[in-house]
Design a protein around this ligand. Structure first.
Ligand code: ATP
Ligand code: MG
Length: 773
């Protein structure tokens, strides 16, 4: 065993570690060694004769649990760590419940339902109760049941709680209590527990079986909880029960990092702790060991805007470090490109590995542009706490439609969507179709097209015909040379998918809807991105699908320790640290989220989230935001996030020119990086006069692959000064005449007739260089 573990600590840390018996609360800021203290304390307890079997340590994520185990192993250098109970609330309680399940009438190998399983049970129940699942959306019902359980409320209590009943009546959903009751019965009958049951049943077990409570109170003589600020009422009560006998409870938390109040967690837990346990020893840690001075000062200053924080003065002895690079890009795709380029550059310049980088975003839907640019750059990455964008069910379903439109021989994809959204084509019909296709040796699709001939009747025939006609109508659009986006929009509308997701107002439903919008946005962007010459080509569905298939084939990597760039939401990054962090999408309505700016409480939670994001960085921090991004089908102009204004100017570098690998060798910039900063609010590199609206258009430098040899003094003109009737010169197409101008100032499109280059072309002036002749 490594004996130096105590000497590695500062004074208050050591005091916390050496406090063995009695309640202990450590309230401290980010990166001050809270988790290190917990971990070291476990080692110290073991050194002082405490049996590993008597220690319970609860964390918030599997990742944190794993990291903690590894840290303990590093200190102990033995396999003793294996006997400890270290894990998430859910994983530890699942283990305990397995041992005790029969007491609650469950089999010891009870099934654990994930949210999809749970919702399909709810659907069955709705059906049996004759309730409309459009009104009683399974997602919504599941959310209500989940909240009830996390607040330790039984179906009976739910049904008799006046306030809740009023609320359900107001929402015109008076039957939720009954559904909860039926759902609980069904799960019990099936021998299954859902995620929330793992907490709720644990509580019931301890509450109703004194001998079980006694047993675990004496087993877990020492209890430790990381991220205590985010425990919900169920977790809080369980801890209280378990710790009641010995009161050897040690909790660590940071009120400034409380980011789960939407799930019922409350920082009251921290404030309540001293009241719950007399003689609580309170330790404050104020030295941050993680981050550079620049990073920490920015974090401190921003969180200072929150009222009602516990007073803390977090400081660090670490070096000042580089300033925080604040970068504005034109679009979300450019933001993706900026991050991927910068990673490539930093790897070369500062010898980082992929694993040293982490990209943090506010919502999972933002991962797409980073995934695409990282793939393009051949940089291995992995998404944590969410599935890869193109692997998500709703995305796969949607792409299945497009694939079927493009190729009706694709039986797998037809089967995937033939009854999605539900249109009454059941398993039997699908099986019959497969048999017929086999017998007749014709494609599955052909059987559907000739359904009447093959003896399908009534409602089934109608449903099949409807499906076939719909797919054929999309195919007609392909024939008429509609672009991929038009077809995708038609698919979204005609199938009813977009509407169905739109109507689902639960958090998950909203996320799915946003994902589909994000997919549609990316298709729109694909169709609108001009070729290098600035020419707008019609982009076909076939070309799009080909591009997407190449993307989805990429290997995602599975080992957590593998050398990959990590992508995750800020929520998932709690407690973690990385040498280089990218905080992306710092735009109003995205971060802070438009759903969380209506009250001071909501806004403060968003700010705490930003504080968490900033404090994940050890050495280098990049913060980016896009001038515009596609959201909900439209190119949206974004204001920079208000949090950016709260960062002290002193520690901010706004002149970063973007990562281009070439930069690392001292060469010139790749060009687009520079243009980012031309849009900077405070430090402006003026290379062009502003347009009437104050927004400058930036001709994007392009590789010159020209057939036309431009005039020797070819310098592109400011698009703002162009209008119909003007004679212009294009680098590739030669001379032409503008016949029309359209689009906003930042997005000007000129229609130009080039007599020597095939006539009329649409030219995006942001991308192409035109010179007035
Ligand atoms: P968070 O609030 O993000 O959960 P934390 O308070 O749990 O952070 P830790 O993750 O425990 O902080 O520690 C942050 C970093 O500082 C870790 O890399 C840790 O090893 C290091 N550290 C903590 N205390 C010391 C110390 N006394 N000497 C050197 N390094 C330390
Ligand atoms: Mg921690």
């Amino acid at each position: 065993m490594n004996d130096n573990y105590l000497s590695e600590l500062n004074e208050p840390q050591r005091a916390a570690v050496m406090h063995i018996n009695g309640p202990l609360m450590i309230v401290a800021g980010a990166g001050s060694g809270k988790t290190k203290v917990l971990t070291t304390r476990i080692a110290h307890l073991l050194r002082n004769g405490v049996d590993a079997f008597n220690i319970l340590s609860l964390t918030f994520t599997n990742k944190a649990a794993k990291e903690m185990k590894e840290r303990v192993e590093r200190i102990l250098g033995s396999s003793e760590a294996r006997n400890l109970y270290i894990g998430t609330f859910h994983s530890v309680f699942a283990r305990l419940l397995r041992a005790e399940a029969t007491k609650l009438g469950y089999p010891s190998d009870f099934t654990i339902y994930d949210s999809d399983d749970a919702k399909s049970v709810i659907k069955t129940i709705l059906h049996e109760l004759n309730l409309d699942d459009k009104h009683y959306k399974p997602n919504l019902v599941y959310g209500r049941i989940s909240a009830a359980k996390n607040n330790l409320m039984s179906p009976e209590e739910y049904k008799h709680d006046h306030a809740i009943q009023q609320e359900d009546m107001r929402a015109n959903r008076p039957m939720i209590g009954h559904i909860y009751e039926a759902y609980a019965k069904r799960c019990f009958k099936n021998g299954a527990m859902d995620f929330d049951d793992l907490l709720y049943k644990m509580y019931l077990l301890l509450k109703h079986f004194p001998e079980v409570l006694h047993k675990y109170q004496h087993k877990f003589k020492y209890i430790m909880i990381d991220e205590y600020q985010d425990t919900n009422p169920a977790q809080y009560e369980i801890i209280k029960l378990l710790g009641a006998a010995h009161e050897n409870i040690c909790v660590v938390g940071d009120d400034a990092q409380s980011i789960y109040s939407f799930r019922g967690a409350t920082i009251q837990n921290i404030l309540q702790f001293e009241k719950d346990y007399e003689d609580t020893k309170v330790v404050k840690l104020e030295q941050n060991y993680r981050s550079t001075k620049s990073i920490l000062n920015v974090a401190n200053e921003v969180i200072g805007n929150n009222k009602g924080q516990i007073e803390k003065a977090l400081w660090t002895d670490n070096i000042e470090g580089e300033k925080i690079k604040l970068v504005r890009t034109m679009t979300d795709n450019e933001e993706g490109k900026f991050v991927a380029d910068t990673i490539a550059e930093q790897k070369l310049r500062n010898h980082y590995n992929n694993r040293d980088f982490c990209i943090l975003y506010r919502t999972n839907a933002q991962s797409r542009s980073f995934e695409e640019s990282l793939r393009r750059m051949n940089i291995a990455y992995r998404i944590f706490g969410g599935i890869s964008f193109y692997q998500r069910k709703e995305i796969k379903d949607f792409l299945s439609y497009l694939r079927v439109v493009s190729n009706t021989r694709d039986e797998e994809n037809i089967k995937r969507i033939i009854n999605y959204p539900i249109r009454g084509i059941g398993k039997t019909t699908i099986e019959k179709t497969m048999v017929l296709a086999n017998d007749q040796d014709i494609p599955f699709w052909e059987v559907l097209v000739r359904a009447r001939e093959f003896g399908f009747k009534g409602g089934t025939l109608e449903a099949i015909d409807g499906f076939v006609t719909m797919i054929q109508s999309f195919q007609a659009m392909v024939q008429q040379q509609h672009n991929a986006y038009d077809i995708a929009i038609a698919v979204g509308k005609s199938t009813g998918i977009v509407k169905e997701l739109f109507n689902d107002k639960t958090t998950e439903g909203l996320a799915r809807y946003e994902n589909i919008q994000e997919l549609l946005n990316s298709i729109k962007e694909f169709t609108e991105t001009p070729t290098e010459d600035g020419e707008l080509l019609e982009k076909s569905l076939g070309t799009y699908l080909q591009q997407i298939s190449l993307l989805t084939d990429a290997d995602n990597g599975s080992d957590e320790n593998s050398d990959v760039v990590k992508l995750m939401t800020i929520h998932a990054a709690k407690g973690l640290e990385f040498p280089v962090v990218f905080n992306v999408g710092l735009e109003e309505s995205l971060f802070p989220s438009s759903m969380s700016i209506n009250t001071r409480e909501e806004l403060e939670e968003e700010r705490r989230l930003f504080y968490v994001a900033v404090t994940r960085a050890k050495t280098r921090l990049f913060i980016s935001y896009a001038n515009s991004r596609y959201r909900f089908g439209n190119l949206v102009q974004n204001e920079p996030s208000r949090f950016l204004d709260e960062m002290p100017e002193k520690y901010i570098d706004r002149s970063y020119a973007g990562g281009g690998v070439r930069n690392a060798f001292g060469g010139s910039n790749s060009g687009w990086g520079n243009s980012n900063n031309m849009f900077d609010r405070k430090k402006t590199v003026v290379t062009q006069p502003p347009t009437a609206t104050g927004v400058r258009s930036t001709p994007k430098p392009m590789p010159v692959v020209s057939t036309h040899v431009p005039s020797p003094n070819f310098t592109p003109d400011d698009p703002a000064t162009m209008e119909a009737g003007m004679e212009v010169e294009h680098q590739k197409f030669g001379f032409g005449t503008i016949t029309a101008m359209e689009g906003a100032s930042h997005n000007r499109i000129a229609t130009v007739v080039f007599p020597k280059a095939g006539g009329e072309k649409k030219i995006m002036l942001n991308y192409a260089k035109l010179m007035i002749t």
